[in-house]
Design a protein around this ligand. Structure first.
Ligand code: URA
Length: 433
């Protein structure tokens, strides 16, 4: 098999066989195929696409290219969620303790933030002492005791995807549905849970800008999961604007705890209840209606907050910060962004707000950047809100005063105004199961 011939085949839109896909990925991961040939192949896939069979084979090969997690001890109860990434997306912090308190076994690996999107692992590290790296036996034992553990992704999980993703990132081939679907699902399959709920974000802060592409991606991932014997469902949700008010690490943790205390922003609570109900339905064998009731009751009774506290303590975090969020403190410098006109907020570009938060120190410009847990943005006004000229629409927080002018310009540039009342957009577009 010559790589040249396979590139030629895909360039003309032909299907690659199972064997050809396996050999390509295995040889590339082993360093036997050069980056320039693999780049040509990913570009050919970008333009020509892949059949379902090719996508399943690619996913399977990447999923089994490294370690796989054995969660068979938890039977059908093991459950994971994945978000395709967004701005202000702190749903994992809320959803996972709700699901664990309802009886699901949540064994989850999460990522770090890069560019305009945040990462759960960075947010959890806002708690002094919180350990995001646990030995496999410790990880499983914690899920047995507490029903919930969240750790950083092991370097040996789906290494083929890691290498291929790094190549796609620099060759403009990230935004290909077959490649995104197989990349995400290879890691989810290797992570071993029986059920998987995918939060597919759609809009200005997401990979998928339009609803049609988001639906295609979600349906493709659900088919991959089911073909591998996993209960899989997807929720397509709005990422045309940031989720909730807080964007930043410690501030997102605080906002998540507000929801667990029964308050917090409506949009954040709604998406969390939707995701949690789907996870509980799949992992606890309930109907969607029963799961919704169970989840609402678990949140209302305080059991989800108690589970959150137990989880933070189990992983070494200081639970005094759960009891008293003011311990997180405030960044040294703040600046207010003011409405320049009377009117209504028409839109708030999520990607640009995420970039402004990154500039302030809440995110990483490169993989090696150091995060400042107290940096970030608090949005006081969101799309459809009425504003008067001079109202504070956003407050910026940073430890580096010299970042403020750039972040202020980005934040103001992200918001558009109109003199006409604005209709609220839906938050959850569709659930696919
Ligand atoms: N997230 C992933 O893990 N892979 C992709 O290809 C895109 C987003």
């Amino acid at each position: 098999m010559r790589m040249y011939d396979l590139i030629e085949k895909k360039k003309h839109g032909e299907e690659l066989s199972t064997e050809e896909i396996r050999e390509t990925i295995t040889s590339y991961t082993a360093g036997d195929i050069p980056d320039y040939q693999m780049s040509a192949m990913t570009m050919a896939v970008y333009f020509r696409g892949m059949s379902d069979r090719e996508i399943f084979d690619l996913t399977e090969t990447m999923a089994t290219s490294g370690d796989t997690v054995d969660l068979s001890a938890f039977g059908d109860r093991s459950v994971d969620k994945h978000s395709t990434g967004g701005v202000g997306d702190k749903t994992t912090l809320i959803v996972t303790p709700i699901v664990a308190a309802c009886g699901g076994a949540v064994a989850k690996m999460s990522g770090r933030g890069l560019g305009h999107t945040g990462g759960t692992v960075d947010k959890l590290e806002s708690f002094p002492g919180f350990r995001t790296s646990l030995e496999p036996a410790e990880f499983i034992a914690q899920v047995e005791r507490c029903g919930l553990a969240v750790i950083g992704q092991s370097a040996d999980l789906a290494p083929a995807d890691k290498k291929l993703y790094a190549l796609r990132d620099v060759t403009a081939t990230v935004d290909s549905i077959p490649l995104i679907a197989s990349s995400i699902m290879s890691k989810k399959l290797a992570a071993g849970t029986h059920s998987i709920v995918l939060d597919v974000k759609c809009g200005s802060g997401a990979f998928m800008r339009g609803i049609d592409n988001a639906v295609t991606l979600a349906e493709t991932m659900v088919r991959i999961g089911k073909a591998h014997g996993r209960n899989t469902a997807a929720v397509i949700s709005n990422m045309d604007r940031p989720l909730g008010h807080a964007i930043g690490n410690a501030s997102e943790v605080c906002e998540a705890m507000e929801v667990l205390r029964g308050a917090g922003p409506d949009d954040l609570r709604e998406i969390c209840l939707t995701l949690a109900a789907k996870m509980v339905a799949l992992s606890c064998g309930l109907t969607d209606e029963q799961a919704k009731e169970t989840v609402a009751e678990t949140l209302k009774s305080g059991k989800a907050l108690a589970k959150f506290r137990e989880w933070i303590g189990e992983q070494g975090g200081d639970v005094a910060y759960v009891d008293d969020p003011s311990l997180f403190g405030e960044a040294a410098y703040t600046a207010d962004v003011l409405a320049p006109v009377d009117g209504y907020i028409l839109a708030c570009n999520a990607e640009q707000i995420g970039t402004a938060a990154m500039v302030l120190g809440a995110g990483r410009q490169t993989k090696d950047s150091v995060i400042d847990p107290r940096a970030g943005i608090y949005l006081l006004k969101k799309p459809a809100d009425e504003v008067k000229k001079g109202d504070v629409i956003a407050r910026l927080y940073t430890e580096k005063a010299d970042t403020l002018p750039h972040a202020e310009a980005l934040t103001l540039g992200a918001v558009t105004f109109t003199d006409q009342p604005v209709e609220e957009q839906p938050l959850v577009y569709r659930v696919i199961s």
